[in-house]
Design a protein around this ligand. Structure first.
Ligand SMILES: Nc1ncnc2c1ncn2[C@@H]1O[C@H](COP(=O)(O)OP(=O)(O)OP(=O)(O)O)[C@@H](O)[C@H]1O
Ligand SMILES: [Mg+2]
Length: 279
């Protein structure tokens, strides 16, 4: 991180107390540096000067391909979010432009008719990938699927609702063993069904690592790879999602139905709910 960027970062994290003190050391700047490049710093700083965000107050996750941060809303952000019934703080997901694996994302973009013609230039593909998550979250929200509501997207930066309580992010299904119940499995399968039938989408990377549980309600997150049902590999992705979920619950002692039965129910738009065919 260059000295100038460091200053911008200090401003971006200014009104925060604990995180700023914690993140001040050299090592912490290196962590930030790994996710946030100069262009991203500019975008975030812009969002701050426009009054959309107030400051970045913490890190939720820092993975290979993205960094996920908590941020408080500025005056303009508050107005935008009031309309969407979203409270402060919110989540900022920053996609790491240097590590995005083009070969792996290609298969989710090509074949999706929404992105029929696109330029394969690196910067464009990243933009498209982030926009795809924004659009998938919007479609899902409109269809009544439990996902974080998206707020806005700018290049490699996506702002969305925090799934959490009192500003604290809710945990992943993977780390809440008490939530591995039959009713949780049924609710997740119903969400997959709603996603397919009402939003015409398949998550395509669904696992207990991409489900956040808030007050025993599952929320599907991480949707940049999600595809619409006319994608040539849609059925393969849907089957994989179902297998991941059913395998997880069966390992934890829940009586699980055959993948095919649920698959047929979802794809054929059967009038019976998942609950009706399981119980
Ligand atoms: N809207 C949200 N509300 C609460 N927590 C979130 C939200 N979005 C992301 N997270 C947290 O941040 C982590 C990473 O987010 P996400 O899965 O979208 O990114 P990713 O790049 O796919 O990371 P990974 O490779 O670790 O899956 C999630 O596992 C979750 O704990
Ligand atoms: Mg994820």
């Amino acid at each position: 991180m260059k000295p100038d960027d460091k200053k911008i970062w200090e401003k971006l994290t200014d009104s925060n107390d604990r995180w700023r003190k914690k993140k001040k050391g050299k090592e912490d700047y290196q962590t930030i540096n790994a996710v946030i490049d100069a262009n991203t710093t500019k975008i975030l700083s812009n969002l701050q000067s426009k009054g959309i965000i107030d400051s970045i107050t913490g890190t939720i996750a820092s993975g290979k391909e993205s960094g996920v941060f908590l941020a408080t809303l500025g005056p303009k952000g508050k107005l935008i979010c009031e309309d969407l019934s979203i409270e402060s703080p919110i989540v900022i997901k920053v996609f790491r432009t240097s590590t995005l694996n083009f070969r792996s994302i290609e298969k989710y973009i090509s074949g999706d008719i929404r992105f029929k013609k696109y330029s394969k230039k690196t910067r464009n593909v990243i933009k498209l990938w982030v926009e795809k998550e924004y659009r998938n979250l919007s479609r899902s929200t409109l269809a009544g699927v439990n996902v974080p509501k998206p707020i806005l997207v700018k290049n490699n930066v996506l702002l969305m609702e925090l799934i959490g309580t009192n500003g604290i992010p809710s945990p992943l299904l993977r780390i809440t063993p008490d939530e591995a119940t039959e009713i949780m499995m049924i609710t997740i399968l119903d969400q997959i069904r709603r996603l397919y039938q009402k939003a015409d989408l398949i998550h395509a990377d669904l696992s207990p690592y991409n489900i956040v549980v808030k007050e025993s309600i599952p929320f599907l997150i991480d949707m940049s790879q999600s595809v619409i049902s006319s994608h040539p590999r849609a059925e393969e992705f849907l089957e994989r999602d179902l297998n991941n979920i059913l395998f997880y619950f069966s390992k934890r002692g829940v009586d699980t139905p055959e993948t095919e039965i649920i698959f047929e129910n979802i794809v054929n738009n059967s009038p019976d709910s998942v609950k009706e065919i399981i119980l």
